[in-house]
Design a protein around this ligand. Structure first.
Ligand code: PLP
Length: 394
Protein backbone atom coordinates (compact mmCIF):
# COMPACT_ATOMS: atom_id res chain seq x y z
CA UNK A 1 0.00 0.00 0.00
CA UNK A 2 1.24 3.54 -0.76
CA UNK A 3 0.75 6.62 1.42
CA UNK A 4 -1.86 7.98 -0.94
CA UNK A 5 -3.85 4.75 -1.10
CA UNK A 6 -3.96 4.50 2.70
CA UNK A 7 -4.92 8.15 3.15
CA UNK A 8 -7.78 7.83 0.66
CA UNK A 9 -9.31 4.74 2.26
CA UNK A 10 -8.74 6.14 5.75
CA UNK A 11 -10.57 9.37 4.95
CA UNK A 12 -13.40 7.39 3.38
CA UNK A 13 -14.10 5.22 6.41
CA UNK A 14 -12.90 7.20 9.46
CA UNK A 15 -14.68 10.36 10.64
CA UNK A 16 -12.93 13.59 9.84
CA UNK A 17 -12.54 14.80 13.42
CA UNK A 18 -8.77 15.37 13.14
CA UNK A 19 -6.75 17.86 11.13
CA UNK A 20 -4.24 15.16 10.20
CA UNK A 21 -0.84 15.74 8.63
CA UNK A 22 -0.67 13.94 5.25
CA UNK A 23 1.77 11.38 6.67
CA UNK A 24 0.84 7.66 6.69
CA UNK A 25 3.06 5.89 9.23
CA UNK A 26 4.03 2.28 8.77
CA UNK A 27 6.63 1.45 11.42
CA UNK A 28 9.33 2.90 13.64
CA UNK A 29 12.49 2.21 15.58
CA UNK A 30 13.79 4.38 18.41
CA UNK A 31 12.96 7.99 17.53
CA UNK A 32 12.72 7.28 13.80
CA UNK A 33 9.50 6.55 11.89
CA UNK A 34 8.87 5.42 8.32
CA UNK A 35 5.90 6.00 6.04
CA UNK A 36 4.38 3.64 3.46
CA UNK A 37 6.58 5.06 0.73
CA UNK A 38 9.72 4.33 2.79
CA UNK A 39 10.42 7.94 3.78
CA UNK A 40 12.12 8.46 7.18
CA UNK A 41 10.98 10.94 9.84
CA UNK A 42 12.58 12.03 13.13
CA UNK A 43 9.90 11.80 15.80
CA UNK A 44 9.66 14.94 17.96
CA UNK A 45 5.98 14.19 18.66
CA UNK A 46 5.88 10.63 20.06
CA UNK A 47 2.18 10.28 19.31
CA UNK A 48 1.47 13.41 21.40
CA UNK A 49 3.70 12.43 24.29
CA UNK A 50 2.96 8.71 24.36
CA UNK A 51 5.87 6.72 22.88
CA UNK A 52 7.99 7.57 25.91
CA UNK A 53 10.58 4.83 25.29
CA UNK A 54 10.57 5.23 21.50
CA UNK A 55 9.31 2.81 18.88
CA UNK A 56 9.86 -0.94 18.76
CA UNK A 57 11.73 -1.34 22.05
CA UNK A 58 12.35 -5.13 22.13
CA UNK A 59 11.89 -5.47 25.91
CA UNK A 60 8.53 -3.67 25.70
CA UNK A 61 7.44 -5.81 22.73
CA UNK A 62 8.38 -9.03 24.52
CA UNK A 63 6.64 -8.03 27.76
CA UNK A 64 3.44 -7.31 25.82
CA UNK A 65 3.64 -10.59 23.89
CA UNK A 66 4.42 -12.65 27.00
CA UNK A 67 1.57 -11.09 28.95
CA UNK A 68 -0.86 -11.54 26.03
CA UNK A 69 -0.02 -15.24 26.04
CA UNK A 70 -0.54 -15.56 29.80
CA UNK A 71 -3.59 -13.35 30.46
CA UNK A 72 -4.81 -10.61 28.14
CA UNK A 73 -7.70 -9.28 30.18
CA UNK A 74 -9.53 -10.18 33.37
CA UNK A 75 -11.62 -7.10 34.44
CA UNK A 76 -11.46 -5.59 37.89
CA UNK A 77 -13.64 -8.29 39.40
CA UNK A 78 -10.41 -10.24 39.88
CA UNK A 79 -6.86 -9.59 41.08
CA UNK A 80 -4.06 -9.39 38.50
CA UNK A 81 -0.32 -9.09 39.00
CA UNK A 82 0.85 -6.43 36.48
CA UNK A 83 -1.62 -3.80 37.79
CA UNK A 84 -0.48 -4.44 41.36
CA UNK A 85 3.16 -4.01 40.34
CA UNK A 86 2.51 -0.75 38.47
CA UNK A 87 0.54 0.69 41.41
CA UNK A 88 3.23 -0.37 43.87
CA UNK A 89 6.02 1.12 41.75
CA UNK A 90 4.18 4.42 41.26
CA UNK A 91 3.34 4.72 44.96
CA UNK A 92 6.88 3.84 46.05
CA UNK A 93 8.40 6.38 43.64
CA UNK A 94 6.05 9.23 44.57
CA UNK A 95 4.96 8.72 48.17
CA UNK A 96 1.28 8.42 47.23
CA UNK A 97 -0.83 5.76 48.96
CA UNK A 98 -3.02 4.24 46.26
CA UNK A 99 -3.76 4.21 42.53
CA UNK A 100 -6.88 3.94 40.39
CA UNK A 101 -6.34 2.80 36.80
CA UNK A 102 -8.19 4.03 33.71
CA UNK A 103 -7.45 4.14 29.98
CA UNK A 104 -7.07 7.73 28.82
CA UNK A 105 -6.30 11.19 30.12
CA UNK A 106 -9.88 12.43 29.99
CA UNK A 107 -11.10 9.37 31.87
CA UNK A 108 -8.36 9.73 34.48
CA UNK A 109 -9.43 13.33 35.12
CA UNK A 110 -13.07 12.25 35.40
CA UNK A 111 -11.93 10.08 38.28
CA UNK A 112 -10.28 13.07 39.95
CA UNK A 113 -13.52 15.07 39.72
CA UNK A 114 -15.53 12.27 41.31
CA UNK A 115 -12.90 11.84 44.00
CA UNK A 116 -12.96 15.55 44.87
CA UNK A 117 -16.74 15.83 44.98
CA UNK A 118 -17.15 12.76 47.13
CA UNK A 119 -14.36 13.84 49.50
CA UNK A 120 -16.10 17.16 50.03
CA UNK A 121 -19.61 15.72 50.30
CA UNK A 122 -18.56 13.01 52.79
CA UNK A 123 -16.90 15.59 55.02
CA UNK A 124 -18.92 18.76 54.58
CA UNK A 125 -22.25 17.77 52.96
CA UNK A 126 -23.60 19.40 49.78
CA UNK A 127 -22.96 22.86 48.34
CA UNK A 128 -19.19 22.56 48.28
CA UNK A 129 -18.67 20.91 44.93
CA UNK A 130 -17.08 23.55 42.69
CA UNK A 131 -13.86 22.65 40.90
CA UNK A 132 -11.65 25.57 39.91
CA UNK A 133 -9.24 25.21 36.99
CA UNK A 134 -7.15 27.66 34.95
CA UNK A 135 -7.75 29.54 31.73
CA UNK A 136 -5.66 28.03 28.89
CA UNK A 137 -5.91 24.61 30.54
CA UNK A 138 -6.80 21.40 28.75
CA UNK A 139 -8.33 18.47 30.60
CA UNK A 140 -9.86 16.22 27.93
CA UNK A 141 -12.66 15.91 25.40
CA UNK A 142 -15.47 14.32 27.40
CA UNK A 143 -18.28 16.71 28.33
CA UNK A 144 -16.91 17.05 31.87
CA UNK A 145 -13.31 17.25 30.60
CA UNK A 146 -14.40 20.14 28.40
CA UNK A 147 -16.27 21.71 31.33
CA UNK A 148 -12.97 21.71 33.21
CA UNK A 149 -11.00 22.97 30.21
CA UNK A 150 -10.39 26.73 30.19
CA UNK A 151 -10.29 27.31 26.44
CA UNK A 152 -13.32 28.43 24.41
CA UNK A 153 -11.92 26.97 21.20
CA UNK A 154 -12.49 23.40 22.41
CA UNK A 155 -15.83 24.10 24.04
CA UNK A 156 -18.09 25.65 21.42
CA UNK A 157 -20.75 23.35 19.88
CA UNK A 158 -21.21 21.12 22.91
CA UNK A 159 -23.24 22.96 25.53
CA UNK A 160 -24.76 22.38 28.03
CA UNK A 161 -21.78 21.37 30.13
CA UNK A 162 -21.37 19.73 33.52
CA UNK A 163 -22.17 22.33 36.18
CA UNK A 164 -19.77 23.37 38.92
CA UNK A 165 -16.58 24.33 37.07
CA UNK A 166 -14.96 27.77 37.08
CA UNK A 167 -11.77 29.05 35.41
CA UNK A 168 -9.33 31.67 36.63
CA UNK A 169 -6.24 33.27 35.12
CA UNK A 170 -2.97 31.38 35.74
CA UNK A 171 -0.62 33.27 38.05
CA UNK A 172 -3.36 35.48 39.52
CA UNK A 173 -3.64 34.45 43.17
CA UNK A 174 -6.28 37.08 43.96
CA UNK A 175 -8.53 35.69 41.22
CA UNK A 176 -8.11 32.17 42.58
CA UNK A 177 -8.90 33.22 46.15
CA UNK A 178 -11.95 35.18 44.95
CA UNK A 179 -13.26 32.15 43.02
CA UNK A 180 -12.31 29.35 45.43
CA UNK A 181 -12.43 31.13 48.78
CA UNK A 182 -16.19 31.24 49.35
CA UNK A 183 -16.67 27.88 51.00
CA UNK A 184 -18.24 26.33 47.87
CA UNK A 185 -15.11 24.78 46.36
CA UNK A 186 -14.07 21.12 46.58
CA UNK A 187 -10.87 21.26 44.55
CA UNK A 188 -8.43 23.22 42.44
CA UNK A 189 -7.03 21.43 39.38
CA UNK A 190 -3.79 22.57 37.73
CA UNK A 191 -1.52 21.51 34.88
CA UNK A 192 1.96 22.56 36.05
CA UNK A 193 2.97 23.07 32.43
CA UNK A 194 -0.08 23.87 30.30
CA UNK A 195 0.61 21.66 27.30
CA UNK A 196 -2.17 22.21 24.79
CA UNK A 197 -2.42 25.84 25.98
CA UNK A 198 1.06 26.59 24.58
CA UNK A 199 3.68 24.82 26.78
CA UNK A 200 3.24 27.38 29.56
CA UNK A 201 5.01 26.44 32.83
CA UNK A 202 3.25 27.83 35.91
CA UNK A 203 5.22 30.16 38.15
CA UNK A 204 6.76 28.33 41.15
CA UNK A 205 5.68 30.93 43.73
CA UNK A 206 2.14 30.93 42.40
CA UNK A 207 1.98 27.14 42.63
CA UNK A 208 3.35 27.22 46.20
CA UNK A 209 0.72 29.82 47.15
CA UNK A 210 -2.09 27.77 45.60
CA UNK A 211 -0.87 24.70 47.49
CA UNK A 212 -0.79 26.59 50.81
CA UNK A 213 -4.24 28.10 50.20
CA UNK A 214 -5.74 24.69 49.38
CA UNK A 215 -4.14 23.10 52.44
CA UNK A 216 -5.47 25.83 54.72
CA UNK A 217 -9.06 25.55 53.38
CA UNK A 218 -9.09 21.76 53.00
CA UNK A 219 -9.68 22.23 49.26
CA UNK A 220 -8.14 19.29 47.40
CA UNK A 221 -5.17 20.20 45.23
CA UNK A 222 -5.44 18.08 42.09
CA UNK A 223 -2.87 17.96 39.32
CA UNK A 224 -3.47 16.92 35.75
CA UNK A 225 -0.12 15.36 34.81
CA UNK A 226 -1.49 13.56 31.79
CA UNK A 227 1.06 15.35 29.59
CA UNK A 228 3.73 16.35 32.14
CA UNK A 229 3.77 13.03 34.00
CA UNK A 230 5.79 9.81 33.66
CA UNK A 231 9.12 11.48 33.09
CA UNK A 232 8.20 14.03 30.44
CA UNK A 233 9.55 17.03 32.37
CA UNK A 234 12.66 15.31 33.77
CA UNK A 235 11.16 13.85 36.96
CA UNK A 236 8.57 11.09 37.23
CA UNK A 237 5.97 13.82 37.90
CA UNK A 238 6.45 17.56 37.40
CA UNK A 239 5.23 18.31 40.94
CA UNK A 240 8.44 16.72 42.25
CA UNK A 241 10.33 19.68 40.78
CA UNK A 242 7.83 22.23 42.10
CA UNK A 243 8.35 21.19 45.71
CA UNK A 244 4.64 20.68 46.41
CA UNK A 245 2.56 17.65 47.32
CA UNK A 246 -0.86 17.45 45.64
CA UNK A 247 -3.69 15.40 47.14
CA UNK A 248 -4.12 13.48 43.88
CA UNK A 249 -2.54 13.46 40.43
CA UNK A 250 -3.73 12.07 37.10
CA UNK A 251 -1.51 10.51 34.43
CA UNK A 252 -1.98 8.72 31.07
CA UNK A 253 -0.19 9.25 27.72
CA UNK A 254 3.38 7.99 28.27
CA UNK A 255 2.77 5.50 31.09
CA UNK A 256 2.51 2.39 28.92
CA UNK A 257 4.74 3.63 26.08
CA UNK A 258 2.04 3.32 23.44
CA UNK A 259 -0.83 1.28 24.87
CA UNK A 260 -3.95 2.96 26.32
CA UNK A 261 -3.44 3.30 30.05
CA UNK A 262 -3.95 6.02 32.64
CA UNK A 263 -5.22 6.67 36.11
CA UNK A 264 -4.63 8.71 39.19
CA UNK A 265 -2.69 8.48 42.43
CA UNK A 266 -4.11 9.67 45.74
CA UNK A 267 -2.52 10.51 49.07
CA UNK A 268 -3.67 9.96 52.63
CA UNK A 269 -6.44 12.58 52.57
CA UNK A 270 -8.44 10.95 49.81
CA UNK A 271 -7.13 7.50 48.90
CA UNK A 272 -10.04 5.79 50.72
CA UNK A 273 -12.80 8.11 49.48
CA UNK A 274 -14.04 5.96 46.59
CA UNK A 275 -15.38 2.59 47.72
CA UNK A 276 -16.75 -0.52 45.98
CA UNK A 277 -19.17 0.31 43.18
CA UNK A 278 -18.42 4.04 43.30
CA UNK A 279 -15.93 4.20 40.46
CA UNK A 280 -14.99 1.63 37.82
CA UNK A 281 -13.93 1.02 34.24
CA UNK A 282 -13.85 -2.34 32.46
CA UNK A 283 -10.36 -2.07 30.97
CA UNK A 284 -8.65 -0.15 33.81
CA UNK A 285 -5.39 -1.82 34.86
CA UNK A 286 -5.54 -4.20 31.87
CA UNK A 287 -2.71 -6.75 32.25
CA UNK A 288 -1.14 -6.14 28.82
CA UNK A 289 -1.12 -2.35 29.21
CA UNK A 290 0.18 -2.75 32.77
CA UNK A 291 2.97 -5.11 31.64
CA UNK A 292 3.96 -2.44 29.09
CA UNK A 293 3.86 0.24 31.81
CA UNK A 294 6.18 -1.83 34.01
CA UNK A 295 8.79 -1.83 31.24
CA UNK A 296 8.44 1.94 30.83
CA UNK A 297 8.84 2.52 34.57
CA UNK A 298 11.86 0.19 34.68
CA UNK A 299 13.57 2.04 31.82
CA UNK A 300 12.77 5.49 33.22
CA UNK A 301 15.12 5.28 36.19
CA UNK A 302 15.99 8.43 38.13
CA UNK A 303 19.28 8.57 36.16
CA UNK A 304 17.40 8.35 32.86
CA UNK A 305 15.07 11.14 34.01
CA UNK A 306 18.07 13.39 34.72
CA UNK A 307 19.06 12.78 31.09
CA UNK A 308 15.58 13.92 30.01
CA UNK A 309 16.29 17.28 31.67
CA UNK A 310 19.69 17.54 29.99
CA UNK A 311 18.39 16.62 26.54
CA UNK A 312 15.63 19.20 26.93
CA UNK A 313 18.18 21.90 27.78
CA UNK A 314 20.31 20.83 24.81
CA UNK A 315 17.39 21.18 22.39
CA UNK A 316 16.37 24.54 23.86
CA UNK A 317 19.93 25.88 23.57
CA UNK A 318 20.37 24.61 20.00
CA UNK A 319 17.09 26.19 18.89
CA UNK A 320 18.00 29.52 20.52
CA UNK A 321 21.43 29.37 18.87
CA UNK A 322 19.73 29.20 15.45
CA UNK A 323 18.99 32.92 16.01
CA UNK A 324 15.91 32.58 13.85
CA UNK A 325 13.82 35.69 13.23
CA UNK A 326 10.80 33.36 13.44
CA UNK A 327 11.53 32.31 17.04
CA UNK A 328 10.17 34.66 19.70
CA UNK A 329 10.81 32.39 22.70
CA UNK A 330 11.88 28.87 23.62
CA UNK A 331 10.44 27.45 26.84
CA UNK A 332 9.42 24.26 28.58
CA UNK A 333 10.54 21.62 31.05
CA UNK A 334 12.50 18.50 30.17
CA UNK A 335 11.40 17.08 26.84
CA UNK A 336 8.22 19.17 26.76
CA UNK A 337 9.37 22.11 24.68
CA UNK A 338 7.54 25.05 23.18
CA UNK A 339 9.01 27.29 20.48
CA UNK A 340 6.94 30.46 20.16
CA UNK A 341 6.74 31.38 16.48
CA UNK A 342 6.42 34.87 15.04
CA UNK A 343 6.11 36.07 11.44
CA UNK A 344 4.83 32.67 10.29
CA UNK A 345 1.71 30.60 11.06
CA UNK A 346 2.74 27.90 13.56
CA UNK A 347 0.46 25.28 11.99
CA UNK A 348 1.88 25.97 8.54
CA UNK A 349 5.38 25.62 9.98
CA UNK A 350 4.47 22.26 11.54
CA UNK A 351 3.13 21.08 8.18
CA UNK A 352 6.38 22.15 6.48
CA UNK A 353 8.46 20.32 9.09
CA UNK A 354 6.38 17.15 8.84
CA UNK A 355 6.82 17.18 5.07
CA UNK A 356 10.57 17.80 5.50
CA UNK A 357 10.94 14.77 7.81
CA UNK A 358 10.54 16.13 11.36
CA UNK A 359 7.31 15.21 13.15
CA UNK A 360 6.51 18.23 15.34
CA UNK A 361 3.31 19.41 17.03
CA UNK A 362 1.65 22.74 17.71
CA UNK A 363 0.09 24.17 20.89
CA UNK A 364 -1.88 27.31 21.71
CA UNK A 365 -2.15 30.04 19.11
CA UNK A 366 1.51 30.44 18.13
CA UNK A 367 3.66 27.65 19.53
CA UNK A 368 5.54 24.78 17.92
CA UNK A 369 5.68 21.89 20.40
CA UNK A 370 8.24 19.08 20.73
CA UNK A 371 7.41 15.96 22.76
CA UNK A 372 10.06 13.48 21.55
CA UNK A 373 10.55 10.00 23.01
CA UNK A 374 12.28 10.40 26.39
CA UNK A 375 14.96 7.90 25.40
CA UNK A 376 15.95 9.51 22.11
CA UNK A 377 19.70 9.79 21.54
CA UNK A 378 21.73 12.95 20.94
CA UNK A 379 22.33 11.68 17.43
CA UNK A 380 18.57 11.51 16.85
CA UNK A 381 18.15 14.99 18.37
CA UNK A 382 20.79 16.37 16.00
CA UNK A 383 19.09 14.72 13.03
CA UNK A 384 15.84 16.43 14.00
CA UNK A 385 17.52 19.80 14.49
CA UNK A 386 19.15 19.44 11.08
CA UNK A 387 15.67 19.34 9.54
CA UNK A 388 14.51 22.27 11.69
CA UNK A 389 17.40 24.67 11.04
CA UNK A 390 16.84 25.44 7.33
CA UNK A 391 13.08 25.80 7.87
CA UNK A 392 13.71 28.43 10.57
CA UNK A 393 16.48 30.18 8.64
CA UNK A 394 15.80 33.83 7.66
N1 PLP B 1 -5.08 16.40 30.18
C1 PLP B 1 -4.01 16.92 29.56
C2 PLP B 1 -3.10 17.84 30.31
C3 PLP B 1 -3.73 16.58 28.24
O1 PLP B 1 -2.65 17.10 27.62
C4 PLP B 1 -4.60 15.70 27.56
C5 PLP B 1 -4.37 15.35 26.15
O2 PLP B 1 -3.68 16.01 25.43
C6 PLP B 1 -5.71 15.19 28.26
C7 PLP B 1 -5.92 15.56 29.56
C8 PLP B 1 -6.65 14.24 27.59
O3 PLP B 1 -6.04 13.02 27.40
P1 PLP B 1 -6.69 11.91 26.44
O4 PLP B 1 -6.61 12.44 25.06
O5 PLP B 1 -5.86 10.69 26.65
O6 PLP B 1 -8.10 11.73 26.89
Amino acid sequence: MTNQELIQEHDKYIMGTYGRFPVALSHGLGALLYDFDGKEYVDFASGIGVNSIGHGNPVWVKAIADQAMRLGHASNLYYTEPAMRVAKTLCERTGFDQAFFANSGAESNEGLFKLARKYSRDKYGGGRDKIVTLLQSFHGRTITGLSATGQDAFQQHFFPFTAGFAHVKAGDMDALVAEAGNGDTAAVLLELVQGEGGVLPLDRDYVAQVAAFCEERDILLLLDEVQTGIGRTGSLFAFQQYGIRPDAVSFAKGIAGGLPFGGFLAGEKCSKVLGPGQHATTFGGNPIAAAAALVVLTILTEAELLEVGKKGQYIQEKVRAMNSPYVAEVRGMGLMIGVVIQGMAHKELARTLNAAGLLALTAGSDTLRFLPPLTLTYEEIDRGLKVLAPVLAP
